[in-house]
Design a protein around this ligand. Structure first.
Ligand code: CDP
Length: 202
């Protein structure tokens, strides 16, 4: 029997990570932040590895080796993520993860459309560009006082465009995904709303 899969997709800083983690803790499900896989490949690419080789040889140690939150790694991640062979190399791992007992929450850009099209529950989180850039700025500023809001806004805008327009697994809400706009919500409100919806579907 297949496990319960909850797919949570959406653009940068839409709240996916925080909401997904909280939901997985409430349900005691496994949680996979698939963006970390692309970020680790982006980090290796910045070190000079060909992206397809980096994707095919990715191992779990790579996920702890780099400071994956760095904005330059996010940008590199979105570049390597447009390469079909990179995406293909990650599919089996993500699908196997989704079938772990007792269930799994995966967040990313293409979970509900490509990785787990049969997921029982699909969520697409959005928020305005300004709200997302503000959140990401506050998060990154804690570690880097040199960072500017304008730079973050520009980077997120570029990444959105690249993620939405690539031909391989573009970021798009699955037709059966439930959309939530988190622009005006606190994290607790976003988690509560999504969790209430999930409870009606479980
Ligand atoms: O946390 P944030 O939303 O800023 O980014 P992330 O989820 O860590 O993803 C970083 C980049 O990886 C994205 O901009 C996408 O280009 C790529 N990605 C993807 O293509 N597919 C996924 N399932 C997850 C991430």
């Amino acid at each position: 029997m297949s496990q319960t899969v909850i797919a949570i997709d959406g653009p940068a800083a839409s709240g996916k990570g925080t909401v997904s983690k909280a939901i997985s803790e409430k349900l005691q499900f496994n949680y996979l932040d698939t963006g970390k896989l692309y970020r680790a490949i982006g980090a290796k690419y910045l070190e000079g590895y060909p992206p397809v080789d980096a994707a095919q040889s990715l191992d779990s140690n790579d996920l702890d080796k780099y400071d994956l939150k760095k904005p330059e790694i996010a940008q590199a991640a979105s570049e390597v993520a447009s390469i079909p062979e990179v995406r293909a190399a990650l599919l089996e791992f993500q699908r196997n993860f989704s079938q772990k007992m007792p269930g799994a929450v995966l967040d990313g850009r293409d979970i509900g459309t490509i990785v787990c099209p049969n997921a029982k529950i699909k969520i697409f989180l959005t928020a305005s560009l300004e709200a997302r850039a503000k959140r990401r700025f506050i998060e990154l500023y804690k570690h880097d006082k040199e960072i500017s809001f304008e730079t973050i806004l520009k980077q997120i805008r570029e990444r959105d465009k690249r993620d939405q327009t690539r031909s391989s697994s573009p970021m798009v809400a699955a037709s059966d995904a439930k959309k939530f706009d988190t622009s005006e919500l606190t994290i607790t409100e976003a988690v509560d709303k999504v969790f209430s919806y999930i409870q009606t579907k479980l």
